[in-house]
Design a protein around this ligand. Structure first.
Ligand code: NAP
Length: 461
C-alpha cells in the first residue's frame, strides 16, 4: 500500500517537473533550467518505476541501465552540435523501439491476445503501429541526415499510393484486432506493415524537410508512449507521452509555417529534389571579393550592423568571435542586432543556442518578421555562413525548390558582407543571386578565421 503510494507520488512529481520543464524551454534564458527540471522528473519517474512490485529480478534492469549509459553518455558528450538532427532522429528510434517492444511483450504475455480486452487492444495496437512506423521512419531520417543514404528524395512511381495503402492496411489490421484480439498473425502483420510504412513515409522526403519530419516522428513516438501508458496502466507514461505528442506536433506545424509549406506538401511533395540552378543571372556574373582590411573599415565605422548567422557559423563554431567583434563595434558607438531565421542552421533554435552560448544578450535577437523592415536602414549586414535563408529566389523564382519560403530580406541593405569559404551552395543545393549583387562583398574563408582577422583589423582601424 505504502509502496504503491510512493510510486504514484513519484509519478505525480515527475509529471509536474516535466510540465514545468517544457514550460521553461519556451524562453532561452530559462531553457537550461527547463532541461534540468525535465531530467530530474525523468529520474524520479525511473526510480518510482523501479519500486514496482512486479519487478522480480533487477539483473536485466541493471544490465539495461549499464548498456543504455554506455551508448547514451558518448552520444550526449561527443556528438558535435552540427550532427544534432541525426542524433535526435536516432534517439527517437530508440524511444519508439522501447514502446513497440513493450507492446509486443504485453501482447505475448497475455496469451498472444487471448487475455486482452478490446479497449486494451486498441491502446496496444496503436502503440505498436505508431511505434513501429516511428522506428523505421526515424532510422531512415538518421541514415539520410548522416548521408549514409542520399539526402535527396528517393521516389518511384506510385509511391504515395503504396504509402497510403500501407497506412490504411495498418489501420484496418488494428481495427480487426480491436474486434478480435486473439489474432497473433494479424498482430505480427500489423507490426510488419508499420515498419514498412515508416520506410515508405520518409524515403521520399528530402533532407531539407527532415527537421519537420523528425519533430513529427517525435510526436508519433510520444503518442505511442501515451498508448503504452494506457496499455500497462502507467500514469506518468500517459502524461509524458501526451506532452511529447502535442509538443512535437506543434513544432512540426510551426516549422512548416516557417518554410511556408503545408504538411501535405512536406510529406508527399518530395521536396528537395535536386534541380539545376535556376537563379537567373548568376551564370557569368562575377562576385566581389573583399579583404579583411577593407571589410573591417566598413564595420568599424558602422552605426547599425545586422548580423545574419547561418549553418556555416555553427560549422566553424564562430559564435564567440562574433560576440567579440560585436563588442568592438559597440565600443565604437555602433548598434549590433542579430536576425534569426526560424530554420537557419540545421535544427530549430540552432542559432539561438549558439548565440546564447556566447552570451549574446537575448534582447539583441530579432525575429524574421521584426527585422525585415530594418535591413534597408542598416549600414552593414554581416552574413555569417547563411545561404538559403537569405536567398531572394525564394520570393520570385517559381522554379526554385525554396520558392515560397520566407527569407531574411538582406538584399534590401546598402552593404552586405558575406563570410563563407567558397561559392558552394547551402542545404537546398542552389545558387544565391545575393552573392552577385552590386552591394555584396564576399570575404572568403572559414567563418571563425575570417572573424578573427576582422577583430584584429577593427582593433587597428
Ligand atoms: P545553408 O543554406 O545550409 O548554407 C550554409 C552555408 O555555410 C554554405 O553555403 C557554406 O558555404 C557555408 N559554410 C559552411 N561551413 C562554413 C565555415 N566553416 N565557414 C564559413 N562558411 C561555412 O544554411 P542556412 O542559410 O542556415 O539555411 C539552413 C538550411 O537548412 C535551409 O535550407 C533549411 O531549410 C535547412 N534546414 C534547416 C533545419 C532547421 O531546423 N534549422 C534543419 C535541416 C535543414 P561554403 O561551403 O562555401 O563555406
Amino acid at each position: 500500500m505504502i509502496r504503491e503510494l510512493v510510486i504514484q507520488a513519484s509519478y505525480l512529481a515527475a509529471s509536474v517537473l516535466l510540465i514545468l520543464g517544457l514550460r521553461s524551454l519556451t524562453h532561452p534564458d530559462s531553457a537550461r533550467r527547463g532541461m534540468h527540471l525535465a531530467a530530474l522528473g525523468m529520474l524520479i519517474a525511473v526510480v518510482g518505476t523501479l519500486l514496482h512490485r512486479e519487478i522480480v529480478d533487477y539483473r536485466w534492469i541493471l544490465a539495461g541501465l549499464a548498456l543504455g549509459s554506455l551508448i547514451g553518455y558518448p552520444m550526449g558528450m561527443w556528438v558535435p552540435m552540427t550532427a544534432m538532427p541525426q542524433r535526435i532522429a536516432i534517439s527517437h528510434m530508440f524511444g519508439a523501439l522501447a514502446a513497440t517492444l513493450v507492446g509486443v511483450a504485453e501482447f505475448v504475455n497475455r496469451g498472444s491476445g487471448a487475455g486482452v480486452v478490446h479497449a486494451q487492444m486498441a491502446a496496444l495496437g496503436f502503440e505498436v503501429l505508431f511505434g513501429s512506423l516511428t522506428v523505421t521512419g526515424s532510422l531512415m531520417a538518421f541514415l539520410k541526415l548522416q548521408e549514409i543514404l542520399p539526402g535527396v528524395p528517393i521516389t518511384f512511381r506510385g509511391q504515395n499510393v503504396i504509402s497510403l495503402l500501407l497506412f490504411a492496411g495498418g489501420l484496418g489490421l488494428l481495427g480487426w484486432l480491436v474486434v478480435d484480439p486473439a489474432q497473433p498473425a494479424a498482430f505480427h502483420l500489423m507490426l510488419a506493415v508499420g515498419l514498412a510504412f515508416g520506410v515508405s513515409l520518409v524515403l521520399p522526403i528530402g533532407g531539407a524537410d527532415m527537421p519537420v519530419v523528425i519533430s513529427l516522428l517525435n510526436s508519433y513516438a510520444g503518442l505511442a508512449s501515451a498508448a503504452t501508458g494506457f496499455a500497462i496502466g502507467n500514469n506518468v507514461l500517459i502524461i509524458a507521452g501526451a506532452l511529447d505528442g502535442a509538443s512535437g506536433f506543434i513544432l512540426s506545424v510551426i516549422m512548416s509555417k516557417a518554410m511556408n509549406r503545408s504538411f501535405g506538401n512536406v510529406l508527399f511533395g518530395a521536396f528537395g529534389t535536386p534541380q539545376a540552378a535556376t537563379t537567373k543571372g548568376a551564370e557569368g556574373l562575377a562576385v566581389r571579393a573583399i579583404t579583411p582590411e577593407d571589410a573591417a573599415v566598413q564595420l568599424a565605422y558602422a552605426r547599425k550592423v545586422i548580423v545574419v548567422p547561418g549553418y556555416g557559423m555553427a560549422v566553424s563554431q564562430a559564435q564567440h568571435q562574433l560576440r567579440e567583434l560585436a563588442g568592438l563595434i559597440e565600443k565604437n558607438g555602433g548598434e549590433v542586432v542579430y536576425a534569426i531565421h526560424p530554420v537557419a542552421g540545421r535544427m530549430p533554435g540552432h542559432m539561438n543556442v549558439l548565440l546564447a552560448e556566447a552570451d549574446v544578450p537575448y534582447d539583441r535577437l530579432r525575429e524574421m518578421e521584426d527585422v525585415n523592415p530594418e535591413f534597408a536602414s542598416a549600414d552593414v549586414v554581416l552574413v555569417i555562413g547563411a545561404n538559403d535563408v537569405v536567398n531572394p529566389a525564394a520570393k520570385h523564382d517559381r522554379q526554385s525548390p525554396i520558392y515560397g519560403m520566407p527569407i531574411l530580406e538582406v538584399e534590401q541593405a546598402k552593404n552586405v558582407l558575406v563570410l563563407k569559404r567558397s561559392m558552394n551552395p547551402g542545404f537546398a543545393g542552389i545558387e544565391n543571386e545575393l552573392f552577385y549583387m552590386p552591394q555584396t562583398s564576399m570575404l572568403f574563408g572559414d567563418a571563425k578565421q575570417s572573424l578573427q582577422k576582422l577583430i584584429a583589423e577593427v582593433k587597428l582601424a
